[in-house]
Design a protein around this ligand. Structure first.
Ligand code: SF4
Length: 1013
């Protein structure tokens, strides 16, 4: 801990307590500029740098860089971020804990102390992602679903109990208690964190990273935080900083108030559309203006939650009077609330409407009075549809081209209908709502929309309306506080009357755990080839996300979810057509039963209290009876069970040595998949159903697991065997190598079509490294560490895409997979790449962040050579180290192990020297300047290296580059490429490069050896 950087160490008296803090105003006195011009979010980053200043991890320059933030310098400077705590959900949290257990095992194998592996910052894991909606529309739904959840997840839950007992600084919120971000908002977040610093109690802003992209919700409470990959979160848990480029900050000024009839959900869909259009990817968004001052904290949290949908790193609401009011109303201790107010005021971080507006990189405005009731869909959250235009938009979408996010129907297909073969004998058509789900912390954390749904249900029930029989209805609160206030407001019964019984306390439909549709309904959809729809109060609606039977997914407020369950179709104009008819045969229109703002405000006032929060959270760690029954032993090492199909020791460290290796070229790679734009992490690593005939399904069957017990991919993230088989197995993934949907590819050069996993195994047996070619926004969607881990375990050495989603790019580096980017204006199509080529990447140990790297693509049949300059998306020097070490975890493990002892170094190097002469090849570094400065066409980069190396000393397994070289010799290839560009053949350069580079003796596709990447 810094002693007194910039003479900033100060004291703050709050009531009878005295705290130490690092005062930001001291930086102004030290001449670092006027801090009030900085966005509040940047000032929070500045505080953490000041506090952690040690001139090692955080330098004086880091502090100065943050203080010097300006619209023009943003995006250029890398800074360390040391968040105060970590939150995990179980889908992504289980593999984090599995990795900690595997690191403990590796630590012991390598001669270190296993017990050193613990979270070093407070870490909370909320088990919320595993509950699925099997039972619904019955008073026993919650208990039935909870029972099934424990049956399906017993092994994972036993493992997490081991973690709870054996790891320090690690808390678990058991299943059936709530959703991570809502629990964070209502309970875990404290506004100001404290810890002992010698005799002093240090106070500092609550900051957090989480293994879920919607961690951003907590920014509604003024807590700076966002989602990171599981591997980054593990590094933070282990005391490492996470690194980021000091971001641009977009200021969004809100004014006015929401009009009657509009909800917080309508507001956030509007904000999402505006910010998407503005362009906020990789940027902070900060809200200000009179509209913020009058906005409830719950509404702010709803807006902050959907930052991933508008593409920002996070959307920040600075701490103000409303923050303190919320902390008090949600049952936080009065002394803590006083500390929050005093601390932020002392730091100049307490926002008021008349405070000076900071400088922003850019700004935009929204008058809340212009917000109208809306939905968003049918395939993307930013495609907002005003309620009044819904029917027209849906009908237009039916015949629109698929590439324009339509459904591509024509002629008679548009008129299709099907009869449900159950007692109802109902006839459904396109637009039939088969799922209506009040789900997702985005909305369940907001009492105004939850009570609004209850009030609408009450009025509908009073008129005799209920859900249509084909609608699968569900209510999944994000905490038990919600049920408490719904009951106190007398609305729970009304929701049940129209079909919305509590199905569980967790993510459910929001994460794709909507459960199967009743068989007759599923069959009717198939029979009619119908575009069935879901209406959900979630935040994501990618194809295949919500349910495999549902193609059109609309995000909407909870009251609208209830309304569409009553209507039974989205093919309806709710302005003109009734939702149904009452007992007297009179039509019931939506406007008649829509709750007023006053009714909602009255319901909030009468049903919510701090005591209810304290009561519900007072016992949150105990969990439901099945959790309490689980027994788990405390032990330093977890006893991995080889027979488990849920928890296995991942092979990330099994071949790791203490010594760090060197970075070598990637030679002879084949494309495992060739993908288009907006490939999501769900396409790469699906969280949903495991198909029986998929590689993962076959693996489970071989291990005695029946299809009924397959569970979801998300639930099996503790087992690398399942997850690797599931990588790229999404039924909606389109791989251009095979021109069809599903996790298939073409093995080359055999041209056999097979599952991507099977092809990967074949390639790995052949010693062929792999790559993925992709379009824009590769890896968009929820953070998902298995999207990177699975990619790595499939043998993919690099991805070449037009652009990346922030977290996924960083996760690829964190797993030792090289992310490369086409230069602006270039694409796979513009370069004429089919994916049938053999690829070399000219990278070596001198690689620099964001350096241009040459990729050579040779078509083995035509001999055509394409030389591509690419942007290396290893963005920072620290990431270079991660890549050199083989990943973040290996880097951390080596740090905790300490310097390699002489004996260990010898042991690590000896086998490398035998099998990979490149490890000793210092001259590799010399070749780099040529790669950087020599035009690609003049230098056939790695290909001659392969030939020379192979000719001089054959590697144990041939690189594919050698096979390609037989068909297109280096000199000839150089000539071809040079001729294509009208330049002379580059033989001399190529020869020189060959002479200096023995690197290719080790094919890049081979498994990493000790001390070698
Ligand atoms: S409810 Fe949805 S947004 Fe919230 S944590 Fe669960 S999956 Fe993420």
């Amino acid at each position: 801990m810094a002693a007194n950087p910039f003479s900033s160490r100060s004291h703050l008296k709050v009531g009878k307590r005295t705290f130490t803090y690092f005062a930001l105003p001291a930086l102004e006195k030290a001449g670092l500029g006027t801090l009030s011009r900085l966005p509040y979010s940047i000032r929070v980053l500045l505080e953490q740098a000041l506090r952690n200043h040690d001139d090692y991890v955080v330098s004086t320059k880091d502090v100065e860089n943050i203080a010097a933030w300006g619209p023009k310098t943003a995006g250029q400077v890398e800074i360390p971020f040391l968040p105060g705590r970590v939150v995990l959900q179980d889908f992504t949290g289980v593999p984090c804990v599995v990795d900690l257990a595997a690191m403990r095992a590796a630590m012991q194998r390598l001669g270190g102390d296993a017990a050193k592996i613990n979270p070093l910052v407070p870490c909370d894991l909320v088990i919320d992602h595993s509950v699925q909606v099997d039972a619904f529309a019955t008073s026993t739904a919650e208990q039935e679903n909870l029972k099934l959840e424990f049956e399906r997840n017993g092994e994972r839950y036993e493992f997490l109990k081991w973690g709870q007992q054996s790891l320090t600084n690690f808390r678990v919120v058991p299943p059936g208690m709530g959703i991570v971000h809502q629990v964070n908002l209502e309970y875990l977040a404290s506004g100001v964190l404290t810890k002992q610093d010698g005799k002093d109690t240090l106070a500092y802003p609550d900051t957090v990273v989480g293994t879920d992209s919607h961690t951003t919700m907590i920014n509604g409470l003024g807590v700076l935080g966002w989602g990171v990959g599981g591997i980054e979160a593990e590094a933070v848990m282990l005391g490492q900083p996470t690194y980021m480029l000091l971001p641009e900050v977009v200021g969004m000024e809100l004014s006015g108030t929401l009009p009657e009839g509009a909800t917080a959900t309508d507001l956030v869909l509007t904000v999402t559309q505006l910010l998407r259009k503005h362009g906020v990817v990789n940027k902070f968004v900060e809200f200000y203006g009179t509209g913020v001052a009058s906005m409830s904290l719950a509404d702010r949290a709803t807006i902050a939650n959907m930052a991933p949908e508008y593409g920002a790193t996070m959307g920040f609401f600075p701490v103000d009077a409303e923050t303190c009011r919320f902390l008090q109303k949600s049952g936080r201790d009065a002394e803590q609330v006083a500390l929050v107010e005093a601390y932020y005021k002392a730091q100049g971080l307490f926002w008021t409407p008349d405070a000076p507006v900071p400088e922003f990189s850019s700004t935009l405005k929204l008058d809340l009075a212009t917000v109208v009731p809306s939905l968003a869909g049918p395939k993307r959250p930013q495609d907002r549809v005003p309620l009044t235009a819904m029917q027209k938009e849906f009908r237009t979408g039916l015949s629109k081209d698929v590439k324009d996010r339509g459904f591509g129907l024509f002629g008679d297909q548009l008129m299709a209908k099907a009869t449900i073969a159950d007692d109802s004998k109902a006839v459904i058509a396109h637009g039939a709502v088969v799922i209506a789900a009040i789900t997702s912390c985005t909305n369940t954390s907001n009492p105004s929309v939850m009570l609004g749904a209850g009030l609408l249900a009450k009025k509908a029930a009073a008129r005799g309306l209920s859900r249509k029989p084909w609608v699968k209805t569900s209510l999944a609160p994000g905490s038990r506080v919600v049920t408490d206030y719904l009951q106190k407001a007398g609305l729970m019964q009304a929701l049940e009357q129209v079909g919305f019984h509590v199905v569980g306390y967790g993510c459910t439909t929001c994460i794709g755990n909507s459960g199967p549709l009743p068989a007759a309904i599923s069959q009717a959809i198939k029979d009619g080839n119908l575009v069935a729809s879901a209406v959900l109060s979630g935040n994501r609606n990618f194809e295949g996300r919500v349910n495999p039977d549902v193609k059109a997914n609309y995000l909407a407020s909870p009251p609208l979810v209830v309304a569409y369950a009553l209507a039974g179709t989205v093919d309806i104009d709710l302005d003109k057509e009734p939702l149904g008819f009452d007992d007297d045969g009179k039509p019931v229109f939506l406007r008649e039963i829509w709750p007023t703002q006053q009714e909602i405000a009255d319901a909030i006032a009468s049903s919510m209290s701090p005591e209810a929060f304290r009561k519900q959270y007072g016992t949150v760690d105990q969990g439901p009876p099945p959790w309490r029954k689980i027994t788990a032993k405390k032990s330093a090492l977890f006893a991995f069970d080889g027979g488990s199909t849920y928890i296995q020791e991942p092979p990330f460290f099994t071949t790791m040595g203490r010594a760090v290796g060197t970075i070598a070229p990637i030679l002879g790679a084949r494309a495992l998949a060739v993908l288009g734009d907006s490939v999501t992490t769900d396409h790469i690593s699906p969280a949903g159903n495991i198909k029986k005939d998929s590689p993962a399904g076959r693996y489970l069957l071989e291990h005695g697991v029946q299809p009924a017990d397959f569970n979801q991919y998300g639930a099996r993230r503790g087992n690398d065997r399942v997850m690797t088989r599931g990588t790229f197995a999404n039924i909606r993934l389109r791989n251009f190598l095979v021109q069809q949907e599903g996790g298939l590819t073409k093995h080359l050069p055999s041209n056999e079509t097979m599952a991507i996993y099977d092809a990967s195994m074949k390639y790995q047996q052949e010693g062929t490294p792999l790559c993925v070619l992709a379009g824009k926004e590769y890896g968009t969607g929820s953070s998902r560490d298995w999207a990177a881990k699975g990619t790595f375990l499939l043998g993919v050495k690099f991805v070449l895409a037009e652009s990346y989603e922030r977290i996924h790019r960083s996760n690829l580096v964190g797993m030792g997979v090289l992310p490369l980017e086409f230069l602006p204006g270039q694409t796979r199509d513009s370069l004429g790449l089919s994916g049938h080529e053999v690829f070399d990447v000219a990278i070596d140990d001198t690689v620099q962040p964001r350096q241009q790297l040459t990729v050579t693509a040779i078509h083995p049949e035509t001999g055509k050579v394409t030389t591509i300059q690419t942007q290396c998306r290893i963005d920072t020097p620290v990431e270079v180290d991660y890549y050199r070490n083989g990943g973040i975890l290996q880097t951390v493990l080596r740090k905790l192990l300490g310097p390699a002892k002489p004996v260990a170094t010898k042991a690590a190097k000896a086998p490398v020297a035998k099998t990979t002469p490149a490890a000793k090849a210092k001259p590799v570094a010399k070749a780099k300047p040529e790669a950087k400065t020599t035009p690609a066409a003049k230098k056939p980069t790695a290909k001659p290296v392969a030939k020379k190396a192979v000719a001089k000393k054959p590697a144990p397994k041939k690189p594919v580059a050698k096979q390609a070289a037989k068909k297109a010799a280096p000199a000839k290839k150089g000539k071809v490429a040079a001729k294509a560009k009208g330049k002379p053949a580059p033989k001399p350069v190529a020869k020189k490069a060959v002479a200096k580079k023995p690197v290719a003796k080790k094919p890049a596709g081979k498994p990493a050896k000790k001390g070698k990447r």
